[in-house]
Write a protein that binds this ligand. Structure first.
Ligand code: BMA
Length: 852
């Protein structure tokens, strides 16, 4: 078989300028377009639209989604390569976005309306030797869904709460977030995000290769079964060769015309296991399957994964058990990496996933409003030990259940499960994001819940779940997020006793940060708090005259209607108000990190009741105010630095609850750790008011160990107006009551492990806005090595964040700097460039202040 990639230079044009929006009609006839690529990307590259990510330019590109486009290219096929009589000839498309007609040399060879499927169109009759012309018409997705909506027998609602959006997005199998989200631009682009391939000749095709690994009872030998789905054009004998890490085997099969699954078993003696990050190595084995004229390769891992969903004293657990070890899942939610698919390059995936691993994450939730990802995503997750919670692409909506739609979904799920199931990183298939709960969101479905619940079940259990169970019986099918597993249809948003929970009461409902410690979710798969990007990112999209939170460009880059108000009111609730724009952005990141740290510290300390925390969200797909911990351009927000601390395998959690200070040791590793705890009560001017030393504290493997508890009243400032221990700060929020006993002091803890490692943490005992912070004098100097910076302070400094105008970042930020412990930071230049020579002169430090 010959495979010809049709990547490279194509031509983009408007299908019918007379019927197109005025902006489209004015475009040149032939616009160069690189495939893989997208229409908006091509227009931008050609200077035909302004950057939609800048200021409010999004609004100038909304017509793209209302236009019909035509993409074309010619290619040559040599006479000798034309398929012989009886041989196959297919044109294969993946990531074809979305409503398309495909013509080869003027003949229609196929149609598509689902970006999430693979399409293979028979092209033999249309192909000729010499020059061939391939044309792909991409129809306006908005027009397509308006037409579908007009034929619906009853309304099928979806979330419509974003400032600009694509209505009826739920009627088409295209990434829902292309049409806007509460962190996303509406950029209704289309295109070919993977190059089409022409597959010529051969007596058949491998449709898929699927493996299964099973450990035998003796524990040493694993059986690897390899099932090859083969489409044969003729009857005969077929020899398949298998190469597993250099070890060859072969098997002969009798094949008949049509599709058949050819199974083969390979015995593997004591393979090295694949482990999630932080638990062991990620050994991957290379498997190749060959027919006489085709070969297919993949990397597989040997590991067992069990989702422990058991009724227990609390409710119902959700714990991932890998190779017999219970793993606390730590991570974040993933959205597509760029709203312009042509910018979804392997480098971006690598950077983001390496950054996730660097923050000690071991799980990523691939969220259902985006896309089944490119191969590179799963390959990197396999390599980095990032377990994947995989939603199917349904989110925040109800969906149609007519025959055509269900058939599309069935083909999609079958394709995706077979495509992805051999990745050891994927640990669970989840039906959708929030669709069960969504039945309660819309007036139509509230009025007639039975109809919509039947539809929900028809799609989710009847098609999606059914295909998953059939094709991948070794993985858990989780019907929805949030849910409590199979057969549960209750409200899991607000229930911390069972299944996975989306806890949004702090952000969306305005509860105080402390309320994170009121619950112990079995597994929190979403919780988040927004912040603004840093000054450099904001400066790239906001014109100079608009660098103010309430200016139009800033408001435009906030897609959650109440977002800026929540950020502001939270600041008023906990902090002193900054005066300058840069401090405002900085403080928004402090409060975001503060919120999420509060949640994770407490939930990790509740292990094994709580066994997972995935915050919303890891990344951004354009520059915007959002819940992300990494900005669009890759800059780490303070949350990401904080995550590297609060997700560390060995860490200390400090929290106050019901008037008591708790210190808990956290150990996610497979070995017990021991060490000495130094707990200090310090005044904000750096004096030690109390010291407790606890020796030989042990924290067994995979556990949380309570180290210390102390009624806070004992550590109050003598003579301060008494804090009423029955009244927690949030109960008196916005009142004049100040928790006077703690406004001059905080707790700093240090756990020095016997193996030389240290875990540190500190805690304010009352709201930072009430604290009397001393203004530190932070001295900067060049560190011992090139590219390092030394920081010293005279009084404690909090959330210390160095900013440098050179491209790159420091290896830490958002830390506490104590007078007794100077810090040395390393500058990590972008793209491996040398660090600037004059580092100390180019850095500005921000930190928490009493006045700004
Ligand atoms: C969740 C997600 C997203 C959304 C986020 C923030 O519920 O599933 O739909 O972006 O909340 O509101």
């Amino acid at each position: 078989m010959i495979g010809i990639s049709l990547d490279g230079e194509w031509t983009l044009g408007v299908l019918d300028p007379d019927a197109a929006p005025a902006e489209a009609a004015a475009l040149p006839d032939r616009i160069p377009m690189t495939i893989p690529g997208d229409i908006a990307g091509a227009l931008l590259d050609g200077g035909l639209i302004a950057d939609p990510y800048y200021a409010r330019r999004e609004l100038d590109t909304l017509w793209i989604g209302r236009t019909d486009w035509i993409l074309s290219r010619s290619f040559d096929v040599a006479e000798a390569d034309l398929p012989a009589e009886g041989e196959a000839c297919d044109l294969e498309f993946e990531f074809l976005d979305t409503v398309a007609e495909i013509r080869l040399n003027g003949r229609d060879i196929g149609r598509a309306r689902n970006m999430f499927r693979r399409h293979r169109f028979a092209a033999g009759d249309a192909l000729r030797s010499g020059e061939n012309l391939l044309e792909v018409t991409i129809r306006s997705p908005e027009a397509a869904t308006e037409a579908s909506a007009a034929t619906l027998p009853y309304p099928i609602p979806h979330t419509l709460q974003f400032p600009w959006q694509w209505t009826h997005r739920n009627l088409l199998r295209k990434p829902a977030c292309h049409g806007g989200w509460d962190w996303g631009i509406t950029l209704m682009t289309g295109g070919l995000y993977q190059a089409p391939r022409l597959l010529l000749g051969g007596s058949g095709r491998i449709e898929s290769v699927s493996t299964r690994t099973r450990r035998r009872d003796d524990g040493r030998i694993w059986d690897l079964t390899v099932d090859v789905d083969f489409r044969s054009l003729a009857a005969g004998t077929l020899t398949l060769e298998y190469v597993l890490d250099g070890v060859e085997s072969r098997a002969d099969f009798t094949v008949t015309p049509g599709r058949q699954v050819l199974g083969h078993r390979i015995e593997v003696d004591d393979p090295e296991l694949w482990w999630p990050a932080g638990q062991g190595r990620q050994r991957l084995y290379h498997l190749q399957v060959r027919t006489p004229d085709q070969s297919l390769s993949k990397r597989i891992g040997f590991r067992s994964v069990e989702t422990v969903v058991r009724d227990d004293a609390v409710g119902r657990s959700l714990t991932f058990r890998v190779n017999g070890r219970d793993i606390f899942a730590k991570g974040a939610n993933w959205i597509p990496v760029d709203a312009m698919p042509s910018r979804q390059t392997p480098d971006v995936y690598r950077r983001l996933l390496e950054d996730a691993a660097a923050a000690h994450m071991n799980m990523i939730r691939l969220w259902g409003g985006g896309q089944y990802e490119h191969d590179v995503f799963y390959e990197l997750c396999d390599e980095l030990g990032l377990m994947v919670w995989h939603d199917m692409m349904f989110s925040c909506a109800l969906y149609p259940t007519d025959e055509d739609f269900l058939a599309e979904v069935d083909a999609e799920i079958r394709f995706q499960v077979m495509r992805l199931k051999d990745h050891p990183s994927i640990v669970l298939w989840c039906g959708n994001n929030e669709d069960l709960g969504a039945i309660n969101w819309f007036p139509e479905s509230r009025a007639e819940p039975a109809r919509y619940l039947v539809d929900y079940d028809r799609l989710n259990e009847g098609v999606v779940g059914r295909a998953v169970r059939e094709l991948d019986p070794d993985r858990t099918w989780w019907p929805s997020s949030p849910s409590a597993g199979e057969g549960d249809y209750s409200d899991c948003w607000h229930d911390d006793t069972k299944g996975d929970m989306h806890y949004w009461s702090v952000w969306h409902e305005g509860k105080p940060f402390e309320s994170y410690t009121d619950i112990a979710p079995r597994f929190c798969s979403e919780f988040g708090f927004q912040s603004f990007p840093g000054l450099q990112t904001v400066a790239a999209y906001v014109p100079e005259g608009e660098r103010n939170i309430t200016a139009p460009a800033m408001r435009h880059h906030q897609k959650n209607n109440a977002g800026n108000t929540i950020i502001l009111s939270t600041m008023a609730r906990y902090f002193r108000m900054p005066a300058e724009f840069g401090d405002f952005l900085y403080l928004s990141q402090v409060q975001q990190a503060w919120a999420i740290r509060t949640a994770v510290d407490y939930w990790r300390s509740r292990r094994p009741v709580s066994m997972g925390a995935l915050y919303w969200q890891l990344n951004d797909l354009w520059p915007v105010a959002s819940w992300s911990s990494i900005e669009y351009d890759g800059t780490w927000k303070l949350l990401h630095y904080a995550a590297a601390r609060f997700y560390a395998p060995v860490a200390l959690a400090l929290y106050r609850k019901d008037g008591v200070l708790h210190v808990v040791g956290l150990n996610d590793t497979a070995e017990e750790v021991r060490g000495r705890l130094r707990l200090r009560l310090l005044s904000f001017d750096g004096r030690e008011l109390e010291l407790r030393v606890l020796d030989d504290l042990r924290c067994p493997a995979g556990s949380a160990a309570p180290f210390f508890e102390q009624p806070l009243g004992d550590w109050e400032r003598a003579g301060a107006p008494r804090y009423r221990s029955d009244m927690r700060p949030h109960d008196v929020d916005e009142s004049d009551v100040v928790d006077e006993g703690f406004t001059d002091r905080f707790v700093a803890a240090e756990w020095c492990l016997d193996d030389g490692r240290t875990a540190e943490a500190d805690l304010f005992l009352t709201s930072p806005r009430d604290c009397v912070l001393e203004e530190p004098n932070i001295k900067l100097s060049a560190g011992a090595e090139k590219g390092t910076l030394r920081l010293e302070t005279d009084v404690p400094a909090f959330w210390v964040a160095p900013e440098c105008d050179a491209a790159g970042r420091f290896d830490d930020a958002g830390f506490t700097l104590l007078p007794s412990s100077p810090r040395e930071l390393r500058f990590l230049p972008a793209d491996g460039a040398p660090p600037p020579a004059d580092l100390a002169d180019r850095v500005r430090i921000r930190h928490l202040r009493g006045t700004y």
